[in-house]
Design a protein around this ligand. Sequence first.
Ligand SMILES: Nc1ncnc2c1ncn2[C@@H]1O[C@H](COP(=O)(O)OP(=O)(O)OP(=O)(O)O)[C@@H](O)[C@H]1O
Ligand SMILES: [Mg+2]
Length: 220
Amino acid sequence: MIELQGITKVYKTGSQILEALRGVSLKIGRGEFISIMGPSGSGKSTLMNIIGCLDTPTAGEYVLDGDRVAGLSFDQLAAVRNRKIGFVFQNFNLLPYATTWENIELPMLFDGKNAHKRKKRISELLNAVGLYDWRDHRPSELSGGQQQRIALARALANDPPILLADEPTGNLDSRSGEEIMAILTELWKAGRTIVMVTHNDRIASYSQRIIRLLDGMVQD
Ligand SMILES: Nc1ncnc2c1ncn2[C@@H]1O[C@H](COP(=O)(O)OP(=O)(O)OP(=O)(O)O)[C@@H](O)[C@H]1O
Ligand SMILES: [Mg+2]
């Protein structure tokens, strides 16, 4: 599903050059549940952003579900991202002035889905995360755990085969964190490929395999 070969990422800021990734090669199969771990600054988020087509590598090859991502234009990349990948972030990244319903609707609007399809899917997702009664509320009226469940529902709006989660439980108390992990586990059992960054061994133990990064390289 995800195949990286010799991926590097170099950031240049002024005269400073920083190698955030230094030759990362890895394969993630369809339906795997992977954790990425490693110290702060080891390149975990940089790697996730490249896997998620939010950023492009400086060098290396990336094949996503059979497509050579490196060869795609900006618009093609955005289309791949919207169809194939759902994102969840540590700080939820919901739109503050939109209701939970509207937050979940957004990726479907970008995908050009009609009003009937959108309504049906949003209702399904709100029920799946147990927050249908919160559909007209804004994110600030929800707890962190509830906001992350809405973010998960939004990530699933277009039914993507891959879910990427960068420290999805990092800002949550342990009970809310377990709730999020229970949903992720269900999604994985339903056949989705999940790649998650975490600093927490207990959270990582939900996954099948751990990739450890150190100084921009795969250590283990
Ligand atoms: N946009 C950027 N411009 C310049 N340097 C960057 C940029 N993004 C990340 N870096 C640098 O790249 C390195 C890797 O950062 P990254 O965010 O991938 O680490 P991380 O493993 O996710 O860390 P954390 O656990 O703290 O989230 C760091 O040294 C960081 O300062
Ligand atoms: Mg990070």
